[in-house]
Write a protein that binds this ligand. Structure first.
Ligand code: PHE
Ligand code: NA
Length: 513
């Protein structure tokens, strides 16, 4: 079939596409907020340890499973997992790597569409007249008392975003995904560099600036050992590593499946992961927090990121601050939201491709129809999410689809890889055609350390990530671990800085981008 023959065009294209997969809204909205919420530099140490002991090994395992499955014509995880052993249940584990993409795409594409709308409104100068705190609720239709009323503009941008995704996916891997990455990634890096430099050069002599932006930068960057002893910091760090590297989704597997048998994976996977970390820590850490700190002070920034989301700062605060930049303001706004848009679309394509590949491989659906299938499913699911969680409160949905199932899937795959496929076979697979020599102690890390690490994270995520263990345990018991539908959570986490945990679930579902 056509799907079987599809392959990446060039190595540069491949690296950009897999970096585009990882680099997403998580790097610019989620990381800075998570860092700010978890003590800045105190976050950094557990974060880097999670990257080395969990993130990197998972990346390698996923690339290996993906390339291996691709040789049998499987580009989505159910088929790939069936090839890891004899057991019939293996392919059902792979189903996780299909559904998570769809469910995350449902709200991810919606947020992506906001960034597109914001590019347009920044260029039009909308935010010079209307503060985003007024604009945004109107745009989302949350001010309308008639809840059945459709917010036409938001719906229009959502449709446009989905159409663009479907169109790119329908063009095939090289002419769609690779093209988007070749255009989007350089622009993203360029816009990011301009904004970071402009922001960091702000001084207390500039109008409106109350604090040096370096205070914000220093806060994020200065490593503090205290985070090492705080379980909630560890959970937040591990959760961020999952989300930002796109592991536990089935998305990496899919991209790796379009490699040839002896194409390198060790170096590619390591490069893509490192590029993501570079963009996250360097660019992600040097824009939102330093600029906001310069104008608002550090305490206000920490308050605005309560709940671990950068939505408030990114969509509500930053456009107002850009107004201080004169003629450059609208351009800065377009760059910020343009950057977010490119980050978003290269990631949502990576969520679409596995679904597309599944329909192509297993049901022989034509590529164009499969792309349309992904678009329609995302529209329906997205519409449902929008109705269920007005105002962008995808917290609960996001927790189960975008955090919980990722962790479960990752645990399963690393165990299957190390113990069923077998670590010796797995290690050989990983090193086949490798352009980078992986340190051999990682064989043991993959087999023992990473699964244990994930197990602890899984347990912690179920208990409650934002408080200490003992408090979590007592709360869990008093609520009977029940998750009753909470209205406390429907106070929008995106349009206001969410107050500290109002319910067990509100506390444990902290992902907002
Ligand atoms: N890694 C992306 C981000 O940081 C999100 C993502 C998850 C992309 C899963 C693809 C698959 O935003
Ligand atoms: Na990322």
């Amino acid at each position: 079939s056509g799907a079987k023959k599809e392959q990446w065009g060039t190595r540069v294209g491949l690296v950009l596409a897999v970096a585009g997969n990882a680099v997403g809204l998580g790097n610019f909205l989620r990381f800075p907020a998570q860092a700010a919420q978890n003590g800045g530099g105190a976050f950094l140490v557990p974060y880097l340890i999670s990257f080395v002991l969990m993130g990197l090994p998972l990346l390698w395992v996923e690339w290996a499973i993906g390339r291996h499955g691709g040789q049998y014509g499987h580009h989505s995880s159910p088929g790939m997992f069936a090839r890891l052993g004899r057991a019939r249940w293996l392919k059902y584990v792979g189903v996780f790597g299909l559904f998570t993409n769809l469910t995350v795409a449902a709200y991810y594409c919606y947020i992506e569409s906001w960034t597109l709308a914001y590019v347009w409104h920044s260029l039009r100068g909308t935010f010079e007249a209307t503060p985003p705190t007024t604009f945004f609720p109107e745009y989302l239709g949350t001010t309308n008392s008639d809840i059945a009323a459709i917010p036409y503009e938001a719906a229009g941008f959502f449709l446009a975003t989905l159409t663009l995704n479907v169109w790119l996916l329908s063009r095939g891997l090289v002419r769609g995904v690779e093209l988007a990455a070749k255009i989007g990634m350089p622009l993203l890096l360029g816009f990011g560099a301009v904004l970071a430099i402009k922001g960091l050069l702000l001084g207390t002599g500039d109008p409106g600036v109350v604090e040096s932006p370096l205070v914000g930068l220093n806060f994020v960057w200065e490593p503090q050992a205290s985070g090492l002893f705080n379980p909630s910091t560890w959970l937040a760090a591990a959760g961020q590593i999952f989300f930002t590297l796109s592991v536990g989704m089935g998305s990496i597997h899919c991209y790796a499946a379009y490699l040839r048998e002896r194409d390198d994976i060790a170096l590619n996977a390591t490069t893509a992961g490192t590029v993501n970390e570079f963009v996250e820590v360097i660019l992600g850490g040097s824009i939102l927090i330093p600029i906001a700190t310069a104008y608002l002070g550090l305490a206000a920034v920490q308050a605005a990121t309560a709940g671990g989301s950068g939505f408030g700062l990114g969509f509500l605060t930053l456009p107002t601050l850009f107004n201080q930049w004169g003629w450059f303001g609208p351009i800065a706004g377009a760059m910020w939201f343009g950057l977010l848009f490119f980050a978003g679309i290269t990631s949502s394509l990576a969520m679409g491709q596995p679904v597309l590949a599944f329909l192509q491989d297993e049901f022989k659906v034509k590529r164009e129809k499969a792309a349309l299938g992904f678009g329609l499913a995302t529209l329906l699911l997205g519409g449902l999410v929008v109705v269920l969680y007005p105002g962008g409160t995808f917290d609960e949905f996001d927790f189960w689809t975008g955090t919980f199932s990722l962790i479960v899937f990752a645990l399963a795959e690393v165990l299957i890889f190390g113990w069923i496929f077998g670590i010796d076979r797995g290690w050989a697979e990983l090193n086949k055609g490798a352009d980078l020599r992986l340190p051999s102690f990682y064989k043991y890390v993959i087999k023992y350390v990473t699964p244990l690490f994930i197990l602890v994270v899984l347990f912690g995520a179920l208990v409650k990530p934002s408080v200490g263990w003992s408090e979590a345990a007592s709360q869990l018991m008093s609520t009977g671990a029940g998750r009753s539908r909470s209205t406390a959570c429907s106070a929008s986490c995106s349009t206001s800085a969410r107050p500290a945990a109002t319910s067990t679930r509100a506390a444990r579902s902290r992902r907002c981008s």
